[in-house]
Design a binder for this molecule. Structure first.
Ligand code: SF4
Length: 99
């Protein structure tokens, strides 16, 4: 099973503000979505984070912990770093495709 957003450790960023925790967090209502494979689901999870009051602290904590993957604070993380988007499965093309 991938990591879990349950009882996330927001790290040092959490000390300054009261953060929402518990079932109100979108990532706790549908945790699988935040570790999704499809690019559409990844974008949906990122959109759900945009309205979360814990977003900044969540992202800071995830970067501090170097989360291996998943959506944290509205960003897609891979091996502890933010990446812009998830690559689809399969081999990369050998040649560029004309637009
Ligand atoms: S920002 Fe996203 S991943 Fe982080 S606690 Fe909020 S809903 Fe969950």
């Amino acid at each position: 099973m991938p990591g879990s957003h349950w009882n996330p450790d927001f790290g040092a960023a959490a000390s300054a503000v009261a953060l929402p925790v518990g079932p109100d967090l979108s990532c706790l209502q549908d945790p699988e979505l935040f570790f999704a494979e499809s690019p559409q689901d990844v974008e949906q999870a990122k959109a759900l984070c945009r309205g979360c009051k814990a977003r900044i602290a969540c992202l800071a904590g995830a970067l501090e912990r170097r989360e291996p993957w998943g959506i944290w604070g509205g960003e897609l993380l891979l091996r502890g770093a933010i990446i812009p988007r998830k690559r689809p499965r399969g081999r990369p093309r050998k040649t560029d495709v004309a637009a």
